[in-house]
Design a protein around this ligand. Structure first.
Ligand code: ADP
Ligand code: ZN
Length: 430
């Protein structure tokens, strides 16, 4: 199903021309921001130099640091009175970034969310529970207004009070859920304790943090939903910039609203489709806060082949952000890879925590992982076998030896928003 079939499946010259036109407009809009005016002047680039979308490589990059240097309103391209809403990033990597929206921006954003939800089969017949934080986090209001636009019955439940959330799902016949994958797991856990089947559930939309294919299996199994990956960031309006279609094989980036590139994070050089690197995004319709070649820090690759659904550009699931990457004794590891391994083992429970430290000048990684109750009560030798199996599987996949501690079910922290599963103490010791 399509919300805006013409735009979603636009191809060939029509798409190229639209993208080039919108890129030119974005450069003009950006020139209203003193930072960009100076940057583009210094680079000797004028909006009219952008004839084709490929000319994007002539433009300079923008980094998160640049945005932070403009705190709070330095990147707004319209007078303050035209800004009708402000959000901020969650500040995972330092000082939060402030983003502003004009009325038109909010309409554009809702349109994209409406496309995403329609793409996965949701309609005005659905009842939708939005179990994310409704404050400055873009996932709350962003999904909310998109779902209302589709005409769904929206329950702005927010996070927390998990038992009540589960009662509502049952009592109101909720069919669709949006939350972080971590919170979804927690919902499933509490539902199980309450002996509730969550029978009305059909569709789960999960995002805001990296998650793995095995996590998808777990969530689909436990919640009885088809689970879709939702990617976005405050700088690109919020969630919903890219979303999985029913093929569940990569996330479609809305090609009329964003241009995407992959670069080598070290050199800044463009990488070809299929090559893994840092995602760079240029929004094409943002009024209040236009951005040029924004370096997201997120690691992925572009999938080049045609998707059977007929929509355009696709990226692979995000493995993590470049600053999430752990370098342990020279080996690069993303927490999402650890999660993938752990979830492939039937004995492993819901949560884990990763501790990294430097012992005698050597990096040491230790993982605390919950074990399912039925395995936890076994013989000590059984537990030792499980532990050995986990260590072995992690070494096979990650090429590194890790310490593993088995802990009781429900003993590790649960997260309602973005999870923080890695505690790296190495920095404290330098
Ligand atoms: P912050 O950068 O402060 O966390 P945001 O709340 O805007 O600000 O979060 C955006 C970031 O969240 C993305 O850059 C990405 O790292 C992460 N993210 C969002 N959705 C996903 C997803 N589906 N998969 C992996 N990472 C995601
Ligand atoms: Zn598709």
């Amino acid at each position: 199903m399509y919300w805006n079939k013409e735009m979603e499946t636009l191809r060939g010259d029509d798409l190229d021309n639209l993208q080039a036109k919108r890129l030119r407009w974005t450069v003009k809009q950006a020139q209203k921001v003193p930072f960009y005016k100076k940057l583009l002047n210094e680079a000797g680039i004028h909006a009219d130099d952008i004839k084709r979308k490929e000319d994007i490589v002539k433009l300079p990059f923008t980094t998160k640091k640049d945005l932070q240097s403009g705190y709070p309103f330095g990147f707004f391209a319209v007078p303050k009175k035209e800004i009708v809403r402000i959000h901020t990033t969650s500040g995972t990597t330092g000082k939060p970034t402030v983003v502003g929206y004009t009325r038109k921006d909010l309409d554009n954003w809702s349109e994209l969310i409406a496309r995403n939800m329609t793409m996965v089969g949701l309609t005005d017949e659905d009842t939708f529970q939005n179990a994310v934080n409704y404050g400055l986090f873009t996932g709350g209001l962003g999904f909310h207004y998109g779902a209302e636009k589709v005409g769904m019955t929206v329950i702005p439940s927010g996070t927390g009070n998990t038992k009540r959330q589960i009662e509502m799902i049952d009592d109101f016949g909720v069919t669709a859920l949006h939350c972080t994958p971590g919170y979804a797991l927690h919902l499933a856990e509490v539902a199980e304790q309450m002996g509730t089947e969550l029978e009305s559930f059909k569709t789960g939309m999960f995002g805001a943090e990296p998650w793995s294919e095995n996590m998808r299996k777990t969530l689909e199994d436990k919640l009885g939903v088809t689970a879709y990956d939702s990617y976005g960031m405050s700088e690109m309006y919020g969630p919903g910039a890219a979303f999985e279609c029913p093929e569940k094989d990569g996330l479609h980036f809305w090609h009329d609203s964003y241009l995407i590139e992959i670069i080598d994070p070290e050199t800044g050089e463009s990488l070809a489709p299929g090559e893994k690197g840092e995602l760079v995004v240029t929004p094409l319709v943002k009024e209040a806060m236009p951005l040029i070649r924004y370096r997201t820090g997120d690691i992925t690759h572009i999938i080049d082949d045609e998707c059977p659904c007929g929509r355009g550009d696709r990226i692979a699931r995000i493995t993590g952000r470049s600053d999430d990457m752990l370098v342990i004794r020279g080996i690069n590891i993303f927490p999402s890879q650890i999660e993938h391994v752990l979830r492939s083992l039937p004995e492993v429970g819901d949560q884990f925590m990763v501790y990294v430290d430097r012992v005698n000048h050597l990096d040491e990684m230790t993982i605390d992982t919950e074990i399912k109750r039925e395995y936890f009560s076994g013989e000590l030798s059984d537990l030792e076998n499980i532990q050995r199996k986990i260590v072995h599987q992690l070494r096979e996949t990650l090429n590194i030896r890790t310490g593993v501690n088995l802990v009781e079910p429900e003993s590790l922290p649960r997260f309602e928003g973005k999870a923080k599963r890695v505690i790296d103490k190495r920095g404290d010791k330098i």
